[in-house]
Design a protein around this ligand. Sequence first.
Ligand code: GDP
Ligand code: IMO
Ligand code: MG
Length: 431
Amino acid sequence: MPNIVIVGIQWGDEGKGKIVDLLADHADIIVRFQGGNNAGHTLVVDDKKIILHLIPSGILHPDKLCIIGNGVVVDPEVLIEEIESLRGQGFFPDDAMLRVSSEAHLIMPYHKLIDHAREAKNAKGKIGTTGRGIGPAYEDKATRVGIRMCDLANPGFLKERIESALAERNFLLTRYFDQSPVDPREVFDRLMALSEKITQYIADIPAILASRIARGASVMFEGAQGTLLDIDHGTFPYVTSSHTVAGCAATGAGIGPTMIDAVYGISKAYTTRVGGGPFPTELFDDIGRCLQEKGTEFGATTGRKRRCGWFDAVAAQHSVRVNSLSGIIMTKLDVLSGLSSLMICTGYEVDGRLIDEFPSDIPTLDRVVPRYIELPGFKDDIGKARDYSDLPDNARNYIDKIEELLAVPVTMISVGAERTQTIIRRHPFAP
Ligand code: GDP
Ligand code: IMO
Ligand code: MG
């Protein structure tokens, strides 16, 4: 059975949670490999809505193993809350269903304070982060003062690590951000109390994956955020602090790239973005408001209104390339019904010149003028479509055009938030 990677190809919230939950049926193991609880993945099952921030979206299936890989930054408070919330809703019956990498870094209380203080101090140029401490946690990993899951087993060592991290971080908090210092003792005591509930999940993930794959297990790697939020390939600096692209599934889980058989990119039928940064096809008119309302476009983590716009084939082509996509899974096609015409951005005009590559610098991205093609819209409610032939001609025409522009097949189409509201043209786990 194949091992597949699922990534978002826009600015996040493409519907990864719904698709991973649906496909989890066919996988044995589901792995989160980057990001943290900045993610909000929504699953709708029998009218019940479950939002996961940290635990992989396979957790509703009792016979699956869910893994939080080394590339994820884990807030231990959130992990425990999420476990308890799932239990309260009757899910996650067995502790053996979840394993967390011993190499994963922890989000510490001071990371959240720095995240907030930095955004407040930099009000004009702020990124619009989720405030979950993601950036500062990855910073500490890169500067090698981060705290890891495996440190919980060595209290003396952990205490020293917290003291040494805080020696620098407190200087920043007090002298630059005018905040109160954080007491290393309090941080240590709280973490030791939390660690009692977490240590049972900590494991050697590369060893588990290698042995399970060797015995024929099929793994699905669940991306968080989206390609345009990748720290290198996204709209830097308006990005998150991890690699969100498919290649990171290998480094963030502890497998080699030869283990990956296929990569599927999730894309909305239009585009949304939450937080600051360039968004060439953003709409500020009634159509934008209509997408926002009909698509109930509110952030699953922060509740912020999502900015909405047309499908951007220039940005999508960039994502196709940096992820080497095998196929596209298109979500929220139902939201477009009722619009008289549908626009697709096929090029950008910059200073009177037409370009078809996605620029890497913000000053250029800020002044690109999108060039559109116009396609006829469709009126019918498509929420009950289960086969490609059930879709109206104009909806199929829209998808065919996107396939042609991206030169990648659209293999699945989602027409509603429920698991069943999906058209499968080619199953990602089909041999
Ligand atoms: P993720 O972060 O990529 O998992 O996406 P989010 O959960 O943040 O946002 C996607 C939203 O769209 C959620 O509220 C989903 O329930 C919803 N959703 C997913 N697929 C569809 C679809 O095909 N149609 C509609 N109307 N809603 C969908
Ligand atoms: P899922 O997995 C949408 C955005 C934030 C901000 C930027 C940096 O649900 O698709 P951070 O807190 O990561 O430092 O914020 O990234 N962002 C997301 N936007 N979906 C997400 O996750 C996001 N995670 C982070 O809004 O612009
Ligand atoms: Mg989300």
